[in-house]
Design a protein around this ligand. Structure first.
Ligand code: NAP
Length: 311
């Protein structure tokens, strides 16, 4: 009889992330079958109770739920195209990082072969899997998400964003865009104070609470962006937001200015188009590719997905 509390799962790919995900399902008591292209990476998992399949086909056949944690979209096709017949009737959870269009392509490919498809974006590093702060974003088949929850929830908080399989990677990559730009800003600041002999550690102690405090402004910026009301009261103007002093100080210190110059470029495009008195949030229009609200994407009036997804 199937165990509805601890359904079996197959994990394809035992790199840093696949190994951590498989270890979590083993620890939670799910019968876990593992496979890796290069042999020899399953020993610790087998010792912990996993079964190593001798081939991808055997691995797929072992469980109704198959999780791909390979490298990229090409590796998913390379691995699964030859065994697509064995995957039919099963659920494929793709946790490989892909662009939204790549996820939609994989979903269409899966659906055309009778495979239930769920895409996932892992918002954690391997050491966090199964622990506090670990979250995986999903989109695609809701039925697959609901059925797989006992397994998915062993990795962290599970959030479903909608039937469009591209939504999870869209959120995933959008969050990472914010993270990388923030870290690059921190690195730039660390290089600046470093020219005065200040350690990055000292700077981090000051930068961390400062950046946390600054995030309180995100909701206000978001409101302006959604309404596209960049001329509304109380906004810091684009002219005031000019980064010339930061760029000048960086040049004086002999530093590369790429990080701050990128932001300055976005600001300048709007100022040059005559919007200097508008608020700083108008830089989003430079990212969208235009200089006026009418020449890029439409105003957001109603959310296209449940805000923040559903858990
Ligand atoms: N690590 C993270 O912090 C993290 C966070 C979020 C998302 N992810 C995503 O999770 C996925 C796996 O990441 P990872 O950190 O585990 O990477 P990794 O340690 O480099 O492992 C890559 C895995 O993919 C397999 N692989 C690569 N090319 C393959 C191919 N053509 N056919 C079959 N198998 C192939 C490798 O097998 P071999 O052993 O045979 O090389 C290995 O099992 C990536 O898409 C990554 O973006 C990772």
């Amino acid at each position: 009889m199937p165990d509805h509390q601890s359904p079996p799962v197959t994990v394809l790919g035992l790199g840093a992330m696949g190994g951590a995900l498989a270890a979590a399902t083993v620890a939670a008591g799910h019968a876990t079958t593992v496979w890796n292209r290069t042999p020899g990476r399953a020993d610790a998992l087998v010792a912990a109770g996993a079964s190593e399949a001798p081939s991808v086909r055997d691995a797929v056949a072992a469980s109704p739920l198959v999780v791909a944690v390979l490298l990229d979209r090409a590796s998913v096709h390379e691995t699964l195209d030859p065994v697509v017949d064995a995957l039919a009737g099963r659920t494929l959870v793709n946790l490989v990082t892909t662009t939204p269009e790549e996820s939609r392509e994989l979903a269409a490919w899966a659906t055309s072969h009778g495979i239930d498809y769920l895409d996932g974006g892992i918002m954690a590093v391997p050491a966090m899997i199964g622990g506090p702060g670990s979250e995986v974003l999903y989109s695609g088949s809701r039925a697959a998400f609901d059925a797989a929850r006992p397994v998915l929830d062993t990795w962290g908080e599970s959030t479903w964003f909608g039937e469009d399989p591209g939504l999870a990677p869209l959120y995933d990559l959008a969050l990472l865009a914010g993270m990388y730009a923030m870290f690059a800003g921190f690195f730039h600041g660390a290089a600046m104070v470093g020219t005065a002999g200040v350690s990055a550690a000292d700077f981090a102690r000051r930068a961390a609470p400062w950046l946390v405090a600054m995030t309180s402004g995100l909701a206000e910026y978001a409101d302006v962006i959604d309404r596209r009301d960049y001329a509304g009261p109380g906004q810091q103007s684009l002219e005031f937001s000019d980064l010339s002093d930061i760029i000048g100080a960086s040049e004086e210190a002999g530093l590369a200015t790429d990080v701050v110059a990128a932001v300055q470029g976005l600001i300048r495009r709007q100022v040059d188009a005559g919007h200097g008195a508008d608020g700083f949030a108008r830089t989003v229009e430079s990212i969208r590719g235009g200089t006026t609200p009418t020449d890029s994407t439409p105003t957001v009036t109603t959310p296209t997905v449940t805000a923040g997804g559903t858990r």
